[in-house]
Design a protein around this ligand. Sequence first.
Ligand code: CA2
Length: 137
Amino acid sequence: MKLLVLNGPNLNLLGTREPGIYGSQTFEDYFNNLTQKFSEVALSYKQSNHEGELVTIIQQADGVYDGVVLNAAAYTHTSVAIGDAIKAVGVPVVEVHISNTFAREAFRHNSFISPNAKGVILGFGLQSYDLAIQSFL
Ligand code: CA2
């Protein structure tokens, strides 16, 4: 099984700021743990701060990966373009969030990803990614 873990804007800062919300581990470290734990899965990791680049990555994932684990970060709440891209491709996307977005500000309660996602996992810290990978297995 080939899975792509795709992170959106500012998630490259994980482990450096706001540890109270997002934890103190860098995503690269955590991704290393994931590749060891799921050694039977061909896991790839990409991150972009740019909306259009995320759209392109999702389009290019179609037919290449069996699934995408997507944390679109703040674009979750704003991006019709990313929502449309997920709808347009055949590759299943599981939406993840580190924090429980429903326990936060009202503007984080809407997602343009969820209606087009296979499922949504949120609020379990970085473990949300682990659970999303398990959902594909
Ligand atoms: O909880 C999540 O995973 C979010 O997708 C994170 C986004 C936020 O806008 C969403 O509402 C929920 C923010 C990612 C910012 O990541 C940072 C990491 C370290 C330091 C500062 C920001």
